[in-house]
Design a protein around this ligand. Structure first.
Ligand SMILES: C[S@@+](CC[C@H](N)C(=O)[O-])C[C@H]1O[C@@H](n2cnc3c(N)ncnc32)[C@H](O)[C@@H]1O
Length: 283
């Protein structure tokens, strides 16, 4: 049974890193007129209310998108992302937050395609309502790890796969690895963006995941991490990262410029750090 609900976490610092990176990649794909496909293996509900009981209980968004919103943050690498969140909240009060499928729906063009997977019975129904009436979207109520390998390769040669599990089950790390390996073999030219948490010393598995990903004989592998506090010994998530296979040209420079800004807006004073690094470069 799936217990994780993203509504408790929507708009936190990890979402900011993930969605800002997603937007940069989608905008890069849009620089060519040729159509592309966006695939989301763990989609979530599409849209989250930040004034919901769940979001208010943890108030995680307050130290994520809430900070950028109240500081009226403005730098070029997150302009498109922030504009999108502003469009969802036209009266100036931050009440709605977009998840990855909605971001894709807003940014993709008529010729592009969107494939979404979500396993949770209730989340998938909300997602269905949020995506209703858009003929570019195919929605699958299924396991995203298995679904990803089943639907690839796609007729469109270019595109982005976002893999964003909750990692609430320990085996998610191994499942991510298996799924990325199998789907990359089927689609060498696709961009794969994998989100992962950075946890306390005793629980953190990000190092293992990156080691495994770096064994894939892909063209390149870029890592971008944002930690907003120091690593605790035994509990908590103090940061997160994005591992990007086949990272588009100049994404490293954009993230290297963006992350210090995000860190100074979102981190606890004097804590945390950022990292932008090629684990595999330019093969
Ligand atoms: C971190 S949330 C996704 C958030 C969303 N991608 C975003 O950017 O806001 C992870 C989602 O994966 C769903 N999920 C969990 N296990 C899954 C599986 N094996 N296949 C597909 N979806 C799954 C959960 O119900 C949850 O909605």
């Amino acid at each position: 049974m799936l217990s994780y609900r993203h509504s408790f976490h929507a708009g936190n610092h990890a979402d900011v890193l993930k969605h800002a990176t997603q937007v940069l990649i989608l905008e890069k794909l849009k620089t060519k007129a040729k159509p592309f496909v966006y695939v989301d293996s763990h989609s979530g509900a599409g849209l989250y209310r930040l004034d919901s009981k769940e979001a208010r209980k943890t108030a995680e968004y307050e130290t994520g998108i809430g900070r950028l919103w109240s500081q009226q943050t403005d730098f070029p690498e997150i302009e498109v992302y922030l504009t999108l969140i502003k469009q969802l909240n036209p009266d100036g009060d931050l009440r709605y937050y977009a998840s990855s499928p909605l971001i894709a729906r807003e940014l993709l063009r008529e010729q592009d395609r969107i494939i979404l997977m979500e396993l949770h019975n209730q989340e998938v129904e909300v997602l269905r309502q949020n995506m209703a009436g858009d003929s570019r979207v195919s929605l699958h109520h299924r396991d995203g790890f298995e679904g990803l390998t089943a639907i690839l390769p796609q007729p469109l040669r270019r595109g982005l796969v976002l893999i964003d599990p909750s990692y609430e089950i320990k085996s998610d790390y191994q499942q991510v690895m298996n799924s990325v390996m199998l789907s990359w073999r089927k689609w060498h030219v696709g961009i794969f963006a994998i989100w992962y948490p950075i946890l306390s010393q005793q629980r953190d598995q990000s190092g293992w995941l990156l080691e495994q990903l770096a064994k894939i004989p892909c063209k390149n592998l870029l890592v971008a991490e944002l930690a907003v506090s120091d690593q605790a010994k035994n509990y908590g998530m103090h940061g997160s990262g994005m591992a990007i296979i086949n990272a588009p040209w100049q994404l490293d420079q954009q993230l290297a410029s963006l992350l210090p800004h995000l860190h100074s807006s979102l981190a606890q004073a004097g804590q945390g750090q950022v990292r932008v690094e090629w684990l595999i470069e330019g093969l």
